[in-house]
Ligand binder design. Sequence first.
Ligand code: OGA
Ligand code: MN
Length: 351
Amino acid sequence: MYGSDSIPDDPDRTAFRKTEKYKLYYDSTSKSVRKKKLPRPVDLLEVIDFKSVSETFARTGELRCGVTKVENRFDKPVFGLDECPGFYFIPAALRIEEECRWIKESLVSFPQPPNRTNHNAVYGGIHNLFNAAKNKQVLVKEDSVADDATFHNHKWASSEELDSSVNGDNCKPVPAAVLLRKLRWSTLGLQFDWSKRSYNVSLPHNKIPDALCQLAKKMAAPAMAVGEEFQPEAAIVNYFGSGDMLGGHLDDMEADWSKPIVSMSLGCKAIFLLGGKSRNDEPLAMFLRSGDIVLMSGEARERFHGVPRIFTDTEHAEIGYLEKQLSDEDDICYLEYIKTSRININIRQVF
Ligand code: OGA
Ligand code: MN
């Protein structure tokens, strides 16, 4: 049970930081090594639950204080918050098949070059990471470039191949499974250069895949002016494992803030914090589940936001239905990953 909790008050922490009380902390009270570490309980009573908002609305036509229903042409209800113009929440916007499709694409095709990932800085572009992890392969330095002390020229090898070859250099082979676990982001379409915090249009890139583009255009509609169409040009895919979080930030690198960011959640449930224009404004907390879509446009783009917590335990992750959908032998590898992970795809119009 996630009961009440007390994190010591620190006057230097901003209101935004304080709400990171939702972060995963482990109880340090149990000294016994054999005892499994348990997540410290956290009070979830104030977390807005749009699934229950949506269910109550369908049943009674009633909405909780501060929440409005937004007119739209979808078959799904779209909700807004009185205090946050430009923010939209579409609970369960995706069908299960769509969720599975985007989970698979996020793991198999999105991290492929020319798309960049957090691994680029160390390894250069890595091909076929997910398959290599599935086949228990390891990344080894390519012999042909003898004096390159990095992994920038590399290949996949099986552990048997590794045993039979003499590994004469300083580069230790890296298991694909480890690299997959450490995958934190990949970028689609126009590539974002994190070191310069800007889009680098000269980097090689592919267009956003057509199906993702169509989906984003459709989902963006409630946040678009009449007659205008959203033009997806870039997307950031975030991968979260247990204990990973995304600190409070603004997405301020796009030219036109009136255009929405279309943000899609997949896998384990998370807490999303929607703050104000200053880090001193106390954020609202809400749950994000697999299949939910959030739009941030106009004024809402000036609000700090972040993800302090994902839930990987069966009770709170709420992805039991994905286990059924991904139970085929070919799909087990996706299930294994997503059971303890969350993926977020956020799609942007840059210019
Ligand atoms: C981002 C972001 C939110 C999420 O990548 O900029 O805000 O739900 N992601 O993961
Ligand atoms: Mn963001």
